[in-house]
Design a protein around this ligand. Sequence first.
Ligand code: ZN
Length: 347
Amino acid sequence: MIEYQNGIHIKGTGLWLDAKRKVDFSFISHAHIDHAVRHREILATKQTTRLYEHRFGKAKINILEYNRPKRFLHKSKSEGGVKVELFPSGHILGGAQILMEIGGVRIVYTGDFKLRKCLTAKEAEVKKCDILIMESTFGLPRYIFPDRKEITKRITEFVDQSLSWGEVPIFLAYSLGKAQEIMKILGNRGYKTCVHGTIFDLSKIYEGFGIRFKNYKLFKAENLEGRVLIVPPWVRGSEMIKNIPKKRMAVLTGWALDSGIKNLFGTDEAFPLSDHADYKELMEYARLVEPKKIYTVHGFPEFPDFLRKEGFDAEQLKESAEATKTFSTETRLGKEVLLNYDLFQKS
Ligand SMILES: [Zn+2]
């Protein structure tokens, strides 16, 4: 029923889920570059569509609001077509999970998600289904994030200390989602920020959907005084950063729970502010959904073992060797994490 090769394909339908090569018709769970390429026709929320067009240009678009089921008959071999419904994933602006009903079977694909609340994405919902295809990036027991208050406290202490020492606090945060979350956290607390151009443009789109940010400016060297600088990770070695004489850098990523991450990014600090579910949330999500079958994607191969220990029928969706070679989106500590940041977050 499910095929996994450069994206997920629901057999018997023309529908792909986050296809990573050009296809006729794909659901786009959110506008991160590792989940989207240019397609002939897409299905997404209006926020994702706007972000997608900003990054990839125009496509034939089917906009679906959250919680408004719709039947797609076209390109479907199964009688009655596919009934689909999008619902919030809690990941970034516009992020959606999809529920598909085909011949009485309910399938949910989560895309990237988290259950924790944040300031810039609608809180995730959970729907019961028979087959669950779930993202599982942080699917090992050692990945349990501290609570948000604690992370925010560590972040603001870092900022206060840097500013008091006359140093520019710099956050490496990918340009869509993470950057807006830290802008919001800092802006709400009265800090002034300065942001890289890619972040600035995407933040304007957020503002178009009612998520507003306080006290921020587009980056210019003369704007730095008393401000926190937010840039995407790929600019960390650039002249722009090198030319700032006094600075302290921190990376914002769930991988901050691993000890080597500061060295990997060449930063003074690393804080585990993440857009993904941690291990505890992944398990909780599975318990709430109670599916008959779970397929995991984007994660450690060991995660299904932990699900099976809890009584679930779970396995990792395996991509063909060829597809893995051409476009691996596995996120792992080590070079690959860094590579992913550089490749996927550049535009
Ligand atoms: Zn994502």
